[in-house]
Design a protein around this ligand. Structure first.
Ligand SMILES: [Zn+2]
Length: 203
């Protein structure tokens, strides 16, 4: 007889394996934790998931997390800057915001161009970006993208695409570790990278 876990345990492991960054061993460990936890921790996890599913949205303007149509950053009327800072992921926004250097708006692309993974411009929030640039006329577009291959390709693509808008395009790069992303950088590095941004693109 071929011995395997009971169906419901295998299904639990299978569902955990679908989560990003979770391999087979981790999936089994989490499933085991759920079964063994004597207290209400698994229930708290379930209710956090359903609450987030019910209440959390992606801001229709910038792509940051929101509990309304627009996020707190986009609804902040006293925010003075007219610069638009483009990042790969919604989770890049807070690290940049915490440097205190930047008072403009953000735009999260929801990823980076990666043809091998089937991620082209249509998979990212690029149409929304073009629309925003046309409507908001930012004073500057800052590309705060990682310096890995896909980040470079995305920056290059956006610089070409946005050049006709006439908005000056800069890029933070100095100080970011090679191959590194915004999310992993420490605050001092990010502060420096943002303050020392350079003109980007063909003009
Ligand atoms: Zn927003």
């Amino acid at each position: 007889m071929h011995l395997d876990y009971p169906d419901s345990f295998r299904e639990l492991v299978r569902q955990f394996r679908r989560l990003p960054g979770i391999g087979p061993r981790s999936a089994e460990r989490i499933a085991l934790w759920m079964l063994r936890s004597p207290d209400s921790k698994p229930d708290q996890l379930l209710s956090a998931i359903s609450s987030a599913r019910a209440n959390l949205k992606i801001c229709r303007l910038c792509g940051f997390f929101a509990e309304q149509e627009e996020c707190l950053l986009c609804r902040d009327e006293v925010r003075s800057g007219r610069e638009l800072c483009i990042v790969e992921s919604a989770t890049d926004i807070l690290p940049l915001e915490r440097t205190g250097v930047f008072r403009g708006r953000y735009h999260a692309l929801g990823g980076k161009l990666s043809p091998l993974d089937g991620i082209g411009p249509e998979q990212l929030r690029i149409a929304e970006l073009i629309e925003r640039v046309g409507a908001e006329h930012p004073s500057e577009i800052i590309l705060a993208l990682g310096v890995d291959v896909e980040g470079e390709a995305t920056a290059h693509y956006l610089a070409e695409l946005l050049a006709p808008s006439g908005v000056p395009i800069t890029r933070i790069a100095q100080g970011l570790p090679a191959g590194g992303g915004v999310e992993q950088a420490d605050q001092i590095t990010l502060h420096r990278a943002l303050a020392n941004r350079g003109v980007y693109g063909s003009r």
